[in-house]
Ligand binder design. Structure first.
Ligand code: RIB
Ligand code: CA
Length: 325
């Protein structure tokens, strides 16, 4: 039985790889993808999701636009990392598949109410605004969500948009507080683990060796996406964040972590958006999240590369003149 998921995403090159990984994997049934405002504004993220689906040959996927700004405060974006389009590094044609009329928040609520309770997993790849709004609008959905797997936060690794906060949480701390306070089982993929899945040259070259137009687009994204973090951290490659959410669904054995309490700082100007993880259990607060701290990075890239090689070949079959180089 395939794992039924809703993806909430703000592409973002790393989001794109996560979506491709999900669409390439028969173990997963994508019920829909909701665009979040984050890396770039909503008008771009919803279009980027449709571009990514069409690159994967999946114009059947239902794509929805969510909220265009956080629950409170102005939208913070990350063009400095992802480029003006959010998908800089590869040129994709304008999408022709439709954007669904329904609001993304309503899609989340209606799907959770229509599907059997406990059968749908939410995969959160961007700021948590849409889910925060859905839980506020319809608190009854909390008991119907199988689990939430989210990329966000950090502990020993600190922050990436401020010294204390990771971007997805920082953009909408009140929404994150609603999610982490919902009682829904949460698997958290923080910077502590995503900073261990670096886009080294060997790993990027293995993706390039797939030799399809899709693989070449992915390599273009990775080459563009990593430049900011390589310059910032001096690492060999940049941290590939969001695909870890989908890889966890496919191969949880690649990961290890600790169930602990995680709270969100929503008030302090200095530390707003910080995920305060009680790693040593000193607070006595409920252990509301599985905080993933480690990963088999080679196993992660082997899975990602294998699945990417399953995509796009149909396109190749249709266009035999496309070169494999
Ligand atoms: O901090 C990294 C996260 O913020 C990733 O999800 C990236 O795509 C951005 O949304
Ligand atoms: Ca993202």
């Amino acid at each position: 039985m395939a794992e039924k998921i809703i993806i909430d995403s703000d592409p973002g090159q790393d989001d794109a790889l996560a979506i491709l990984l999900a669409l390439a994997s028969p173990e997963i049934e994508v019920l829909g993808i909701v665009a979040a405002a984050g890396n770039v504004p909503l008008s771009l993220t919803e279009r980027n999701i449709r571009k990514i689906c069409e690159l994967a040959g999946r114009s059947d996927i239902k794509v929805f636009a969510g909220c265009n700004q956080p629950m409170t405060g102005p939208l913070v974006t990350a063009e400095h990392v992802h480029g003006a389009t959010g998908l800089d590094g590869a040129e994709l044609p304008e999408p022709t598949m439709p954007l669904q009329e329904m609001h993304g928040v309503d899609f989340i609520v209606e799907t959770l109410m229509d599907e059997p309770a406990g059968s749908v997993t939410l995969c959160m790849l961007g700021p948590l605004t849409n889910l925060g709004k859905a839980l506020t609008k319809a608190p009854e959905i909390a008991g119907r969500i199988k689990k939430i797997v989210l990329m966000g936060g950090g502990c020993f690794e600190g922050g990436n948009i401020t010294p204390a906060a990771e971007f997805n949480i920082y953009v909408d701390p009140p929404a994150a507080a609603v999610v982490f306070g919902s009682g829904v089982p949460i698997v958290m993929m923080p910077l502590d683990v995503t900073h261990k899945t670096l886009t080294t040259r060997a790993r990027v070259n293995a993706i390039r060796d797939i030799g399809t137009p899709l693989a070449y687009a992915v390599v273009g994204w990775l080459d563009y996406f990593e430049r900011f973090d390589v310059a910032k951290y001096g690492s060999e490659g940049g941290p590939l964040h969001d695909p870890n959410v989908i890889a966890y669904l496919l191969k949880p054995e690649l990961y290890c972590g600790r169930q602990c309490n995680v709270e969100i700082e929503t008030e302090s100007e200095l530390t707003k958006g910080m995920t305060v993880a009680d790693w040593w259990g000193v607070s006595g607060r409920p252990k509301n999240a599985l905080f993933i701290g480690d990963v088999d990075a080679d196993g992660f890239y082997a899975l990602l590369t294998e699945r990417l090689s399953w995509l796009g070949r149909e396109e190749l079959a249709r266009q035999p003149m496309l070169r494999l180089v």
